[in-house]
Design a protein around this ligand. Sequence first.
Ligand code: ADP
Ligand code: MG
Length: 625
Amino acid sequence: MPVVIHIMAKVSINLATGSIQKEELIVGIDLGTTNSLVAFINPDKNPQVINDTGKGVLVPSVVHFGPTGDITVGNEAKDYLITDPQNTVFSVKRLLGRSYKDIENYKDFFSYKVIDDDSESLVKIKVGDKFYTPIELSGLILKELKVRAEHALKTPVNRAVITVPAYFNDSQRQATRDAGKLAGLDVLRIVNEPTAASLAYGIGLNPEETKTIAVYDLGGGTFDVSILQIQNGIFEVLSTNGNTFLGGDDFDSAIVDYWIEKNQLNKADLIADNKLAQRLRLKAEEAKKAFAHQSLFNEKIGDIWYTIDRNTFNELILPKVQETITCCQNALKDAKLEIGQIDEVIMVGGSTRTALVKKMVAEFFGRPVHDEVNPDEVVALGAAIQADVLAGNRSDILLLDVTPLSLGIETMGGLMDVIIPRNSKIPTKAGRQYTTSIDGQVNMKIAVYQGERDLIKENRKLAEFDLKGIPSMPAGFPKVDINFLLNADGILKIQAIELRSGVKQEVEVKPTYGITDDQVEQMLMDSITHAKDDVAQRMLIEARTEGEQMTYTVENFIKKYSNFLSITEISETTQYVQKLKDALTSGDKDLIHKSIDELNEFTRPFAERLMDEAISTAMKGKSIE
Ligand code: ADP
Ligand code: MG
């Protein structure tokens, strides 16, 4: 008997009154790298984007931190990219759920400070003397969208569907959920962007139809193409391909370089004259957009000619567009499909407005592409349709069984680490790798919880067992895979396996056993009303855990390698460790991060000097206990 829990998706929490509501609007949000926007289903039952009192539909995904603690998001913040780049954060989506190791190759791309105190933990961003996670920053963008939607619709907006690229991994999806929660949104589902785009075209809404489609998404700075198979209303991603550093910005740069050459400008002058560089960039974007309806762009400001015709533009961008076509080829190959097997091609992202892009994609697939829906709105519109389905307003559409509460395990400091997020379709499986935090640890406690709160003590315990007989190794060495498999009957199988030794342990539980719908509702409501405190606590605990780990590692290091270090080095390190220990008792997460950063900066040269591969590995890793 499958657990039928569709009704959970319809339960909502009104933050204003603190009560459960059965009928309430659910919005669809496209949280983009360059632009974000929100859409809803209007009373005529059509998806519609929200334009709050003429502020525009697209909200640039940019956050600025002012000197007095004032935060601005969107167009206003975008202006600060030129005047105050250190305090202006853009492209934060690139950092969501990523560790420093993931991004070190392109860290120069960011004009703000990305912190790298541990290559395997999630990145943080430093603005002034405060530390922010990409989750908090994305939360600020989502909050702005929520406020705009509430203002435009004159009703509280507490529930949302948020889209992510098809290639996002678990950690990036979880980070997106957390960002929503921080913004005070109950995130009912994370939907793939190509799936949303397809829904906006009405493809996949009919459960009878089987289709294979290609979704080509060229945004501001990223490109991806996904091949989807739709069957019985289920969207399966067959393959994705792309380049996370290719987009409309490259078209702008190509025009800028062309003008620099034509006007015989000096690149060094441009670096010195930020205003001119910026003007060139803005004019280039203007010219690019103008080619939608004219074939020549011609302006003169001061001594500089901003002249380019469409043919020249097409020549300039041809190699870039060709690159995207190669990605399409690879995506097809990975999906093991021939071009003729693609039934529909959908264009997504502002940059697909460029005629050459449309032409080349249509030529490659040998069929006309779908471009009837506004390409920078199509994802949000589709998300709104998905939201409407979840709200139960479309009786024609089948809702799949979902798990009503998140399932996860306890990690250091009593935190909940979600492995299967709530509202995941079942059956489903997910897993993550953990390690030990203490040298020679041979047992690992695995405690399984259900619920939405950040602290396990607020959630419901389902099972606990020990993975015993891990061979004695330094902390960080064991590799423990924890896999959750939730089958169609709602039975959760938990498997823990230490990969180096093969030590294994399994248990089974039924998460829905002994819990009523009312209790589930209550748990959901608590998670929203406590979201702010929970996240603050989680961040403090994470900072503490990181700090404790750091003191443990550094103290061990000094003990073991004292003869490699000078007396002054040892005493100064000890002072930094003490400062960190003091910070750990303070309850101030920024102070903890600051002290970690300082200790890290100070000890980095020793580590580089002394650490052999083995020790460096031992210093990294995420641990349960
Ligand atoms: P993302 O999904 O990365 O947030 P968008 O889909 O909003 O990005 O795309 C933004 C890009 O679309 C920018 O590079 C912008 O210059 C480009 N763009 C917007 N309108 C046009 C147009 N008419 N012609 C060409 N490019 C456009
Ligand atoms: Mg996009």
